[in-house]
Design a binder for this molecule. Structure first.
Ligand code: PLP
Ligand code: SF4
Length: 448
């Protein structure tokens, strides 16, 4: 299949959209003024069930909807589409809307590493073992998710972008930091890069022969949105050979595949693409946020994990929708996310229970909601939310249970209060200290 991208400029060429009302189409175009919009012919022809639109989850994953914007933002966007503002005014309004959508959740801009006094702007180093690398040519995707927290990278606000082409700096940084065992190529989607460009980055790492580098991970949604990447693209074979080369070098290669719905795992194309990747010796680990309107029930998750295991993939993370972009549309309470996780987890066998979650990627780390529990204090029953960190800015925070007052509607950690009348969670003083010491530089990530 030949890749055909659709966005707001060639929207009218999507054949299936022609059957819908003018108003419905216009609302999508207005919403796409703010939310990134891009889909492709595999998604429209193989994944979306058009008889179920507008409720179809695959449709909602790619086509921005009116309800995904706050009403005020939607009317401002409508004003732009209807030509009520000058170009300059539109740019100003858009900038304002973006700033109101929390474009940098979890203080990502504070994770930029430093090498010999120089900031490495295309990287993030938040957790001791793993460096995130944002290759310059990988800052787009085969299709955009309407929930995406990386959307500032697609909006053209350049100072919000992470990108670099400094592969040798990456290798030097890892060499100098023996605690780094993992490099995670991320984006956007690094799999949009031509194999020869990815090869350049990978070769720089392999040639550096860094003894402590154990795992190269590649975060990608290509298996879900464009499995032809591993089948029939002109450089598919070159890409698969590159994977083989990493394995032969003695480095573990983990494809971190994003799957948000069972539909994405049901086409013959995705099955074959997974087989091709697995035959190189690479592992595939899977992850997704839990999202209202898309996958907010246990059956969907249990089915997803089973299909993944059937395809020889390893379920890895269930995330909670981040506090950015269209969160109000997709978010569900933490307690509900845990209930979905628990029911799904209970209904699958142990081979699926490699998955961890539901987890919030927030400033202190990855916080897992372990569940709701009850204690008796001073003869009074008290309901609690139990959490722990799966990852922490300080590794010592990991795997310590901590407690918040029960709050059935909270959708993010900042809405939770420590239990037992405590003023702060156990990590907060130390976290504040890290940020105080280093609001402009990066020592808070070099806490060894
Ligand atoms: C999730 C994540 C990682 C990887 O964490 P693992 O638990 O090893 O998968 C690394 N860096 C950041 C910023 C992350 O959010
Ligand atoms: S594939 Fe990933 S980076 Fe790309 S739009 Fe979706 S969530 Fe965002």
């Amino acid at each position: 299949m030949k890749y055909q991208a659709y966005n707001r400029h060639n929207f009218t060429e999507i054949p299936q959209m022609k059957n819908f009302s003018e108003l419905f189409r216009k609302e999508i175009l207005i919403s796409s003024k703010v939310l990134p919009f891009k889909t492709n012919n595999y998604v429209t022809d193989f994944l979306i069930d058009w008889s179920k639109v507008p409720e179809d989850p695959m449709f909602l994953l790619n086509f921005p909807q009116k309800d995904m914007l706050q009403p005020a933002h939607f009317s401002e966007a409508a004003g732009m589409v209807e030509g009520r503002y000058s170009e300059e005014q539109s740019a100003e309004i858009l900038k304002k809307i973006y700033s109101e959508l929390n474009p940098h959740p979890a203080a990502q801009q504070h994770n930029v590493p430093v090498l010999e006094g120089k900031k490495l702007n295309g990287m993030q180093h938040k957790y001791r073992e793993t460096v995130l690398f944002f290759p310059r040519q990988g800052q787009t995707c085969h299709a955009y998710c309407t929930f995406c927290f990386r959307w500032p990278q697609f909006t053209g606000i350049s100072h919000l972008k992470f990108r670099t082409d400094e592969a040798t700096l990456l290798a030097s940084y890892i060499r100098k930091n023996p605690s780094v065992t993992d490099v995670l190529f991320t984006g956007g989607d690094p799999m949009v890069m031509h194999a020869s460009i990815l090869r350049g980055y990978i070769e720089a790492l392999l040639e550096a022969n860094i003894p402590h580098l154990q795992t190269i991970r590649i975060g990608t949604k290509a298996l879900a949105y464009w499995p032809f990447r591993f089948l029939t693209d002109p450089d598919s074979n070159e890409l698969l050979h590159l994977f083989e080369r990493i394995i032969k070098h003695g480095i573990n290669l983990a494809i971190m595949a994003h799957f948000s719905h069972p539909t994405e795992l049901k086409t013959p194309q995705v099955a074959e693409a997974i087989r091709n990747i697995r035959s190189t010796g690479a592992q595939i680990r899977t992850q997704s946020p839990v999202l209202k309107h898309i996958n907010d029930d246990p059956k969907t998750w249990a089915e997803m994990w089973r299909l993944q295991v059937n395809h020889n993939c390893i379920p890895y993370y269930m995330f909670i929708a981040r506090d950015t972009g269209a969160q109000h549309y997709f978010s569900i309470p933490l307690v509900k996310a845990w209930e979905i996780f628990r029911k799904a987890y209970q209904s699958v066998s142990g081979v699926c229970r490699t998955v961890r979650g539901p987890s919030m990627s927030c400033i202190p780390g990855k916080v897992q909601v372990l569940g709701v529990s009850e204690v008796v204090t001073n003869g009074k029953k008290e309901k609690l939310i139990v959490m722990r960190m799966l990852q922490g800015r300080n590794p010592d925070w990991v795997a310590r249970p901590f407690f918040a007052e029960y709050h059935p509607d909270a959708i993010w950690i900042d809405q939770l209060k420590p239990a037992f009348g405590e003023k702060k969670f156990f990590f907060e003083d130390e976290l504040e200290q890290m940020f105080k010491e280093d609001l402009s530089e990066s020592s808070l990530v070099n806490f060894e």
